[in-house]
Design a protein around this ligand. Structure first.
Ligand SMILES: [Zn+2]
Length: 325
């Protein structure tokens, strides 16, 4: 082990024990209280200062000082009670309230939770964010307000993402992903846009985004892959509810999950690594959203899904480490 490695280990140990060592003085103090005596103490102790009271405006969600959008569950004298990117509860004493936007964009995965990884080592989380940023810029250029569930490569658990949607209650939510595990080759892009089974608005949003994304990607002449039942579709769990967390736990906001193309497939992964293709995808998603907001167009590409075995789609908080807020 090199000297540098030793230093790193020492730092890691220190970081791991930080929260424990902070509690030790409290436990020691409790265990060593002086016995009750009849004589007055010879010295007086200074009482601790009262906790600083912070006056903050009420908010449903706040942008933390380091740029993390956090759902707010309440308020106390020290600040807002927020849900962290890892899904824990903490008190935040500074930040900016987030106004309700028209659209929430949800770039899937992030940080150590990478999502699918392409044969060219492209991480789904990175492409999802790049495409979402194009969609956001395009919507904003058209006067539509947007909040993203993450603005950088931070891991954010699904419960924090869906809580943010519920707290902000936007007109629409679009979760942006890239797919893996196709059934086989197709003549056209295997784009899948999942909608909330009981929401006609969510269904129309999915059909409009499907139409725009397939039209935009079809300009590329590559051997596409996909499921045999690709399209604008729903997926149910064993209780008959929406299978995907970001559709089930956002009920009340028309929401879709957009699986734009297959990052697991070599030709598609090579396409997705190109910034101009990310731009084509992002602009197509934005056009679908704008048509949803501004027209009564019905959308297209609706399919009846085949039954699929359930799978673990991640997004939980195991081993999650919150960033500085
Ligand atoms: Zn994904």
């Amino acid at each position: 082990m090199t000297r540098r490695a030793l230093v790193v280990v020492a730092l890691a140990l220190c970081a791991a024990c930080g929260s424990t060592s902070a509690r030790i003085p409290l436990q020691r103090a409790a265990g060593t209280l002086p016995p009750t005596t009849t004589t007055a103490p010879t010295t007086t102790t200074t009482p601790p200062p009262p906790p600083t009271t912070v006056s903050l405006p009420p908010a449903n969600a706040v942008m933390s000082p380091r740029g993390h959008p956090l759902p707010v569950d309440g308020q106390n004298a020290q600040g807002w009670l927020v849900e962290t990117p890892c899904g824990k509860t903490t008190t935040l004493s500074a930040g900016t309230p987030i106004a309700t936007p028209t659209v929430v964009l949800d770039p899937g995965h992030g940080g150590g939770e990478t999502g699918a990884i392409g044969p060219n080592h492209l991480r789904e989380a990175v492409v999802n964010l790049a495409v979402s940023q194009v969609t956001k810029a395009t919507l904003e250029a058209n006067g539509v307000t947007v909040v993203m569930t993450r603005g950088d490569d931070t891991r954010v658990v699904l419960t924090t993402r869906s809580a943010l949607v519920r707290k902000l209650h936007p007109t629409a939510m679009v979760s942006i992903h890239h797919n893996s595990t196709p059934d086989g080759p197709r003549n056209d892009p295997g784009t899948e846009i999942y909608y909330q089974a009981r929401s006609p608005e969510s269904k129309r949003l999915s059909g409009l985004i499907y139409e725009e994304v397939v039209r935009a990607l079809s300009r590329y002449q590559i051997p596409w892959v996909g499921l045999v039942d690709a399209g604008a579709k729903y997926r149910l769990n064993s209780q008959g509810g929406d299978y995907y967390h970001m559709l089930r736990e956002t009920a009340g906001t028309p929401s879709v999950i957009a699986e734009l193309a297959y990052i697991s497939d070599p030709p598609e992964a090579d396409l997705l690594a190109r910034p101009e293709v990310q731009r084509v995808e992002g602009e197509a998603v934005a056009r679908g959203i704008l048509r949803y907001l501004r027209t009564q167009d019905p959308g297209s590409g609706y399919v009846t899904p085949l039954p699929r075995p359930s799978s673990d789609n991640g997004g939980g908080g195991e081993n999650c480490v919150d960033p500085p807020l």
